[in-house]
Write a new protein. Structure first.
Length: 139
């Protein structure tokens, strides 16, 4: 049971990573996208997360560490948002399906697929081995 939970959490982590990607955007694109947060890199390479980012003229406004903050465009080196990644998501789905299919094929093929024969000889050799279960009417 633990392995199932572990596998489920692992697949969920992969799905989370695969379904989204970080993408640099301009302030104009940020305004059109209206994300719930943006990662802002300043000119000194310091990165802050801006929650509820809004573009007002030439300024990015939003909450940084719970405080309303205004960041002029001149102070911004890069603005990055998290976006859906449909191709990576599709590849993850195909990979997981192939893995599950391979696992099921391996599990179903691991058993003996031949019909049982008499323990000590060919079926119907009851003259030599009358105690065999097949000779007693028990397959």
């Amino acid at each position: 049971m633990r392995s199932i939970v572990g596998c489920t959490l692992f697949v969920a982590a992969l799905a989370s990573a695969a379904c989204r990607t970080m993408k640099p955007v301009s302030l104009e694109q940020l305004s059109a996208l209206s994300p719930d947060r943006a990662w802002v890199t300043h000119a000194d390479d310091a990165v802050v997360v801006v929650f509820v980012p809004q573009v007002v003229g030439d300024t990015l406004a939003g909450y940084v560490n719970g405080q309303l903050t205004q960041l002029p465009r001149a102070d911004l080196k890069q603005v990055t948002v998290r976006r859906p990644a449909p191709m990576r998501t599709a590849l993850l789905v195909v990979g997981v399906a192939a893995g599950v299919g391979g696992l099921l094929a391996a599990l179903s093929g691991s058993g003996n697929t031949q019909l049982p024969t008499a323990i000590s000889g060919q079926p119907g050799d009851c003259d030599k081995h009358p105690d065999d279960p097949i000779c007693q009417g028990h397959p």
